[in-house]
Design a binder for this molecule. Structure first.
Ligand code: HEM
Length: 421
């Protein structure tokens, strides 16, 4: 064959591959005309980068603003290499979350599996998920029944707040946009490191000389229902699912109260009144927690405006039609990816409180740590407002990367309040 013919053949193959790529990308858009309207972006990339573009966490961001105004609150897109329906509709989101394992199923993109591990509760499905979840709920219930439950939480709050006494300001961290791929790789490595630390702690706890502490880990190790790998993954789920989210919630509360002297005053009065009926060193009780009504309101507002978990992923197990949204038509086709966003949080923020926002998800996968996170935030706030004044240093704002972060780590200036006596 002549060189010219070879080059022509190579060009034809290249063009055919490109055509196949473009067709396979856009075909799902054309094949289901009754699916919600939307756009698929570029072949391979889809609209993922635009979807992930950082924006202030209490705003919609350019991508959603553009797509919701063009196509409505339920639209088609191409995200994480998959044709996807994005739902920002509260009723539809509720319907999807309540139909877990019947019509829909939890389905996070592949890189997330690498970070969380294959035994993570967010990744496992069906009976395995039920087994892990029942155990998580049993652990949460038994931990709550322990007399030291609230005391343990308060001791940690006191430790953190106390450590600020000699510091001029809170933590400072680097900001800047995250490179998604680098982030996934770093997160996967971090998971491996934490995983081997947890394995080490478990081995130590099992060694002959070690004495039982009666804590979460002892209860977990005593169960025969989980394999060793699942036990390690269970600890990681609690750490990864609980640590970053709860510390963000606390940061949000500090941030939002730092913006509103009026709310801060109301919160402070509430905690002054609770403390005035107790000794200085006396620990908080569940009765005290029930009295923290305004604090609960502030925490709910921080959850709503902070939008800590911006979206969750599901996939359709069957072709699904959903009432008025797609009368007679198909909304989700089998295996269609679905991303649920809780825009209620953002959209009502200037108009009052929505009782229907879902910061902890819903249905059979409702966050098992929701109550713990709220108690932690409330007890931390109790000791914070009783002991310090603070001021946000600069104009750091919570940004959705899409997981929320303060660009500069929310530096604050703090000043201890001297007791009056
Ligand atoms: C402000 C704090 C928190 C927020 C905003 C939050 C949010 C969420 C959301 C939205 C889900 C549902 C994910 C889905 O449906 O795909 C979830 C699940 C989960 N969360 Fe949380 N969470 C918080 C605190 C915690 C804490 C403190 C723990 C553990 C100690 C925890 C452990 C988990 C676990 C294990 C799941 C998986 C549940 C399942 O799939 O059945 N979370 N969380």
């Amino acid at each position: 064959m002549m060189a010219g013919e070879l080059a022509l053949a190579a060009l034809a193959i290249l063009l055919a591959s490109l055509l196949a790529l473009v067709l396979s990308h856009f075909l799902p858009l054309l094949l289901n005309p009754k699916a919600p309207r939307g756009s698929f972006g570029w072949p391979l990339l889809g609209e993922t980068l635009r979807f992930l573009t950082p924006h202030a966490s209490n705003t919609l961001g350019g991508f959603l603003e553009d797509h919701c105004s063009r196509y409505g609150r339920v639209f088609k897109s191409h995200l994480f290499c998959t044709p996807t329906v994005v739902s920002c509709d509260q009723d539809l989101n509720h319907f999807i979350l309540q139909n877990e394992e019947r019509l829909f199923q939890c389905s996070y993109p592949r890189p997330i599996h690498g970070i969380l591990g294959k035994s993570s509760m967010l990744v496992v499905l069906g009976e395995d998920h039920k087994r892990l979840r029942n155990l998580a709920l049993a652990l949460v219930t038994s931990t709550k029944l322990k007399p030291s439950y609230l005391g343990d939480i308060e001791r940690i709050a006191l430790h953190v707040v106390g450590s600020w006494r000699h510091q001029a300001e809170g933590r400072k961290e680097d900001g800047g946009a995250k490179q998604v791929v680098a982030f996934c790789e770093e997160a996967r490595k971090a998971r491996e490191r934490i995983s081997s630390t947890v394995k080490g702690i478990i081995e130590e706890r099992r060694s002959p000389g070690s004495c039982k502490k009666g804590d979460f880990l002892d209860v977990l190790l005593s169960t025969n229902e989980l394999s060793d790998e699942e036990k390690v993954s269970f600890v990681l789920d609690s750490l990864l699912g609980g640590y970053e989210t709860t510390s963000l919630l606390v940061s949000m509360v500090v941030y939002f109260l730092g913006q509103s002297a009026e709310d801060l005053d109301l919160v402070k009065r509430e905690h002054d009144s609770i403390r005035s009926n107790k000794g200085k060193e006396e620990f908080l009780t569940s009765e005290d927690y029930k009295k923290m009504e305004y604090t609960q309101h502030v925490i709910n507002e921080a959850l709503r405006c902070g939008n800590i978990v911006k979206f969750v992923h599901r996939k359709a197990l069957k072709d699904v039609r959903y009432k008025a949204l797609q009368m007679g038509g198909m909304l989700f086709s089998v295996h269609q990816s679905v991303v649920l966003l809780d825009l209620a949080a953002i959209l009502v923020s200037s108009q009052g409180t929505s009782k229907r926002f879902t910061p902890f998800g819903g249905g059979p996968r409702l966050c098992p740590g929701s109550e713990l996170a709220k108690v932690e935030a409330a007890f931390f706030l109790h000791h914070l407002v009783l002991n310090y004044r603070w001021r946000i240093d600069g104009d750091d704002i919570p940004m959705a990367y899409p997981y929320v972060e303060f660009q500069r780590g929310l530096p604050i200036e703090i000043e201890p309040i001297c007791p009056e006596s």
